[in-house]
Design a protein around this ligand. Structure first.
Ligand SMILES: [Zn+2]
Length: 291
């Protein structure tokens, strides 16, 4: 069984990723192909992460949206035990939180093979994040681009906080793999969604908790059209018709719209159709259908 290198960062007054780093936080190898752990070679300051044959469980950051639902299916197809974590940080629309429960229920009902793997759901109250941030996700204000070039949907430090809390929970639950739907391809420029941020966090959390974490980001390098295709492929992998069933579930029950619109039904699901999140989802759907 070959030990596969997962990780290679060099620190010389700042983080620098080697060209081969892209696979670090990407898809982990299928179960049974991996071995190893986190190593820090003193003196030359090289971190090397290899996976472990004991990676049988994962914790998925799950919001009830298209991306995190696809990540959850990804985890269910690879790990024997999968738990989910969500955060209530004063989102403007309660529909986001409701979608989580509906998606979990539908996954259990429609995919019995995954149901046995789907474990506990953890919901954390993060009202404090709404208190310290001034964004259109948590306050009743219009969407706009800020002088920084970031949309005002950006909640500073949100993913850093989410992943730190997820790691703390994973530590307690004996889980090494944390799955998150962050993406650099179709995104709004959020710095805490970037691959380098995930790599740095993986090192910081592993060292800070003295526990070997692997942050798995299956969507990092694919666009929204490919995310739809991934859902289809994952669903199909557990049986004929499963692909369409999972795509249908994503359309019908996941929620993406920033305005919390569950009245207007489109081919790609519910939403206002004009907010940045709806536009991105619609564009991805169009690309998926064209292919
Ligand atoms: Zn919308």
């Amino acid at each position: 069984m070959a030990r596969r290198s997962r990780f290679h960062l060099i620190f010389r007054g700042g983080w620098r990723s080697t060209p081969s780093c892209e696979s670090l936080v990407g898809l982990p190898p299928p179960l049974g192909e991996v071995g190893g752990g986190l190593r820090w070679r003193r003196g030359i300051n090289i971190f090397r992460m290899t996976s472990s044959p004991h990676h049988t469980s994962a914790l998925v950051l799950f919001s009830g949206g298209q991306d995190s639902t696809t990540c959850l299916a990804h985890a269910l197809s690879r790990f024997e035990r999968v738990e989910t974590i969500g955060f209530d940080y004063g989102q403007r629309h309660i529909v986001e939180l409701q979608a989580r429960q509906v998606v979990l229920r539908e996954l259990r009902q429609r995919f019995p093979a995954w149901s046995t793997r789907l474990g506990e759901d953890h919901m954390l109250d993060l009202a404090v994040l709404g208190n310290v941030s001034e964004t259109s996700l948590t306050r009743d204000m219009a969407f706009r681009m800020e002088a920084s070039g970031l949309p005002n949907t950006f909640v500073p430090g949100r993913n850093l906080l989410f992943l730190t809390l997820a790691a703390a929970l994973a530590y307690r639950r004996g889980i090494q793999v944390i799955v998150t739907g962050v993406c650099e391809t179709d995104f709004s420029g959020y710095p805490d969604c970037r691959d380098d941020t995930m790599k740095a966090l993986q090192v910081a959390l592993s060292l800070g908790m003295d526990h070997r974490f692997l942050i798995d980001t299956p969507l990092m390098w694919i666009d929204k059209a490919a995310t739809w295709r991934m859902a289809e492929t994952l669903g199909e992998s557990i049986g004929a018709g499963g692909g369409q069933a999972l795509v249908d579930l994503v359309i019908e029950h996941t929620h993406t719209c920033y305005l919390g619109d569950r009245e207007h039904r489109h081919a790609w699901g519910y939403g206002c159709g004009s907010c940045p999140a709806c536009e991105l989802r619609a564009r991805g759907w169009a690309g998926y259908c064209e292919a």
